[in-house]
Write a protein that binds this ligand. Structure first.
Ligand code: ATP
Ligand code: MG
Length: 323
């Protein structure tokens, strides 16, 4: 197969603006067929806008977006894409089975409605009116709608928002089963654990740009693999930032938190600066990595309790080919 035939999704320098807001600001992204990718970002990071571009709901102001080597509209019309959007409202008066059946009928090779309802965990809601369901039930109906056409590419914008714990587990089990059959899945989320647990690859978006791209482990490493916490004890935070391995220094009161690529080298050098008090060394969590990646350009946060005194090195450029 050629590169294009292997690629499900391709963004090249894609830009989408809303007035002065650059919601998507130069995104380059390739997703191979069969990959499960999480699009991770804070509120307003540009996840839904990226998904809107991907589905051809809007045209990019610059750059290009392709699905399976052609314009998104082409793939959508051909029934190769199923989507669950963030702000879709249920249609009034129809039943769950009617709605899913109608959507399925628009696809060339849909799965049986009963199977879609089953996968979404709503077989018992088949005869219920769509506009008389709870928020979580509607969410599951939307999952059934996205799945029922048996699309090659499944796009889910915050699929687990509003789901309870049990429904969340059931949802991920269904999504994994779907992905294992060779389908491509892109889902957006705020939840790191979900991204880490259920995606082959995590793409972090912030202010409309991709700021990291890799597995959970690669993200942890890119953000600085370990944390060394120690009392400042009169030391200058700037001095600590120069120690070997250190990527950034945060100061909380009299305590410094060093993010380091090499905690051994950092601690040995720290000892060389004099007495060490209250030393703690821990592995950076994915949460830490996410904060480090997305907060690095933020202004110093208020109150003086959290001072970012950093000699922060840039993250390596995102390298989709390594994952
Ligand atoms: N229709 C619109 N008109 C104007 N600005 C918009 C519109 N839609 C989104 N934006 C802005 O574009 C930026 C990206 O929004 P987007 O909805 O893509 O973020 P998101 O990552 O999906 O956020 P969330 O996690 O809250 O869903 C935000 O600054 C948002 O305010
Ligand atoms: Mg969104």
């Amino acid at each position: 197969m050629t590169q294009t035939e292997n690629t499900a999704v391709s963004f090249t320098g894609a830009v989408k603006t809303y007035g002065a807001v650059r919601a998507v600001d130069g995104v380059d992204l390739d997703i191979g067929r069969g990959e499960t990718v999480a699009l991770l970002g804070r509120n307003g990071a540009g996840k839904s806008t990226t998904i809107g571009l991907l589905l051809g709901l809007y045209e990019p102001d610059a750059g290009a977006v392709e699905l399976f080597g052609a314009a998104p509209e082409h793939a959508v019309r051909a029934g190769r894409v199923g989507a669950m959007l963030q702000d879709a409202r249920p249609v009034p008066r129809v039943t769950v089975a009617e709605l899913v059946g109608f959507v399925a009928s628009r696809y060339p090779a849909p799965m049986p409605v009963a199977r879609a309802l089953d996968l979404a965990g709503i077989a018992d809601l088949a005869g219920r009116r769509v506009d008389r369901l709870s928020g979580g039930q509607v969410q599951r109906v939307r999952f059934a709608v996205a799945l029922c056409g048996d699309p090659a590419l499944l796009v889910l914008d915050e699929p687990t928002a509003a789901l309870d714990v049990e429904a969340r587990h059931a949802f991920w089990a269904s999504m994994r089963a779907y992905a294992r059959r060779g389908h491509t899945v892109l889902f957006s989320t705020h939840y790191l654990e979900e991204a880490d647990a259920y995606a082959d690859r995590i793409v972090v978006i912030d202010r409309g740009r991709i700021v990291a791209d890799g597995t959970g482990e690669e993200l942890r490493r890119a953000a600085g693999g370990s944390l060394v916490c120690v009392d400042l004890a009169g030391r200058e935070p700037k001095t600590l930032g120069l120690l070997p391995g250190v990527r950034s220094v945060e100061v909380y009161g009299d305590r410094a938190r060093l993010r380091t690529d090499d905690s051994d080298a950092t601690v040995i050098a720290l000892a060389g600066l004099g007495a060490i008090r209250n030393l703690e060394v821990s592995r950076a969590s994915l949460d830490d990595a996410f904060l480090a990646i997305t907060a690095k350009d933020d202004a110093v946060e208020g109150g003086g309790t959290r001072t970012r005194t950093t000699t922060q090195r840039p993250l390596p450029p995102h390298t989709p080919e390594t994952v």
